[in-house]
Design a protein around this ligand. Structure first.
Ligand code: DQA
Length: 143
């Protein structure tokens, strides 16, 4: 099974940005975590990060016909992007929403998720482990 992990804006700043919320581990640590979890779960993984909404839309479109599942942490675009929602709907690839923190327990503007409207499940507030849970969920849905 092939899984694409899409990470949105400012996640490349992990370890530096608001460590009290997102922890002290870096984005490279997150990539290592995802790669080793994918190996253990026996799936192929590709990780993509961008700070640009259009680049995320392009990467989701490229996955059409080539990827069995998408794990997406669209970061701030989660709460604003109809374009990313539409891209996920356009490719109809099963997608799972992930957040390191739990946006529902934060500011009101984080309580809306456009991206989540195209996802089969959601894992938030589990830190890095949320990515593993999301991959497991996609594997279950692919069986
Ligand atoms: C986030 C939560 C979002 O609200 C925020 O804009 C992020 C990260 C998370 O992983 O907890 O950038 O998606």
């Amino acid at each position: 099974m092939k899984i694409l992990v899409v990470n949105g804006p400012n996640l490349n700043m992990l370890g530096i940005r608001e460590p009290e919320i997102y922890g002290r581990e870096s984005y490279a640590d997150l990539e290592k975590y995802i790669e080793s979890a994918a190996k253990e779960l026996g799936c192929e993984v590709e990780i993509f990060q961008s700070n640009c909404e259009g680049a995320i839309v392009d990467r989701i479109q490229e996955a059409y016909g080539k990827t069995d599942g998408i794990v997406i942490n669209a970061a701030a675009y989660t709460h604003t992007s109809v374009a990313i929602l539409d891209a996920l709907k356009a490719v109809s690839i099963p997608a799972v929403e992930v957040h390191l923190s739990e946006p529902m327990e934060r500011e009101d503007f984080r309580k809306i998720s456009y991206v989540g409207k195209a996802c089969i499940d959601r894992f938030a507030g589990f830190g890095f482990e949320g990515y593993r849970k999301a991959m497991e969920r996609l594997i279950r849905s692919n069986q």
